[in-house]
Design a protein around this ligand. Structure first.
Ligand code: C5P
Length: 373
């Protein structure tokens, strides 16, 4: 831990030392015989600056080195992650915007700040991203060994996440086990790579990733409407949501009462396939977005998971299909995922079991290749 002198005004030295089990210093002259201003940066596999103030971003962008942290930033050759926190005016100031752009061009990963309550009574953009999100991106950078490229700048990426709920009555629904984790990680990584992200979230408990515009929906029909609206000017639509294929034919207006009589059989009708509608719109020239589908598959007596995936890609007509095996504790609600990314061009990319952010980064790689070719 390398606090700045300003950080010690918020969290005292004793807390830093007790939590890290190390003495902490803010200047380069403490323990000078160990040359800490060079040693810490050289030893690091990852540097995370959280919170990164406007002042710190400016110093980092211009290579100033007047304390231990800024010296460490100059000597580190590992990935560097900045999680900004400041007031809205400071984040939006052209000086900060230029500094952030410069840092990103140099390969540093600068997260977009969140929107919400700030240090004073004001609210707005500038909130420190959620610690869990900073940790997930930090884990991704350690895994990759390099920063995230700013290769989605100027692109509008729409991500659907979570699982739809189809109402039976005012309190009951048919749903599924999707946690929304994969979709949220996709949104988070796309935003960190510079995209404008619209996140259509169906019943996801996790806090939304910073720097994304979130639209909450419940049912497949609501998701359908939100997706078609957001897709109009999208460069990419990623359908990571688990959309219910069927819904109850009728929604009972009042709570269904418990009675001694046998329950009525449940009649289901088919939901529209949103992805298929997007493919159709693209064929008719009403949409230009790259379309990415997901297929959660289990093998069966007829074919394995990948063969089912290939058949689904052909049937769905999207540009990329991310195929993962589900069941027996795999994928749904788990932090890790393994998948194969199938391309309509015949490509096949295997992503071994790892954090969902790593799969998200690989999906973004596949997207960028297609957007730029
Ligand atoms: O056919 P299957 O449901 O397995 O296809 C999964 C893909 O299709 C996912 O990308 C999912 O988001 C999308 N889908 C959809 N509308 C539905 C069902 C699935 O867009 N009604």
């Amino acid at each position: 831990m390398v606090p700045t002198a300003a950080a010690l005004n918020f969290v005292g030295r004793a807390t830093w030392e007790a939590l890290s089990h190390h003495p902490v210093a803010t200047d380069v002259f403490t323990d000078a015989h160990e040359v800490p201003h060079v040693a810490i940066g050289r030893r690091a596999d990852l540097v995370v600056v959280a919170p990164a103030t406007a002042d710190l971003l400016a110093k980092a962008a211009h290579g100033l080195a007047d304390d231990l942290l800024t010296n460490t930033l100059l000597t580190a050759r590992c990935p560097v992650l900045f999680a900004p926190a400041m007031h809205t005016e400071m984040w939006e100031h052209p000086a900060t915007a230029d500094n952030v752009a410069l840092l990103r061009r140099r390969g540093a990963t600068v997260l977009e700040p969140g929107v919400g309550r700030l240090t004073g009574s004001d609210t707005g953009k500038g909130r420190l991203p959620e610690p869990a999100e900073i940790a997930r991106i930090a884990e991704l950078l350690l895994h990759l060994g390099h920063g995230l490229p700013a290769d989605l700048v100027g692109r509008h990426v729409v991500v659907t996440a979570g699982g739809t709920r189809e109402a039976l009555d005012p309190v009951r629904f048919l749903g599924n086990r999707s946690s929304g984790r994969q979709g949220f990680d996709l949104a988070s990584v796309a935003a960190a790579r510079g995209a404008r992200v619209t996140l259509l979230a169906a019943n996801v408990e996790a806090p939304p990733p910073a720097g994304t515009e979130v639209v909450n929906v419940i049912s497949a029909e609501a998701l359908r409407e939100a997706t078609h609206t957001a897709a109009k000017d999208a460069d990419v639509v990623i359908m990571a949501a688990a959309v219910a294929d069927f819904r109850p034919a009728t929604v009972v207006e009042h709570k269904i009462k418990k009675s001694d009589a046998d329950p009525e059989p449940l009649v289901l009708i088919r939901n529209p396939d949103i992805l298929a509608e997007l493919v159709e719109a693209k064929r008719e020239g009403r949409l230009s977005a790259l379309l990415v589908g997901f297929a959660a598959e289990t093998g069966d007596a007829e074919a394995d998971v990948i063969s089912h995936g290939r058949a689904k890609l052909a049937r769905k007509g999207c540009d990329l299909l991310v195929v993962n095996a589900v069941g027996e504790g795999k994928a749904f609600g788990q932090p890790d995922n393994a998948a194969v990314i199938l391309g309509a061009d015949g490509s096949e990319t295997d992503i071994p079991l790892g954090p969902k952010t790593v799969l998200a980064a690989a999906i973004c790689d596949a997207i960028v290749i297609r957007l730029t070719s």
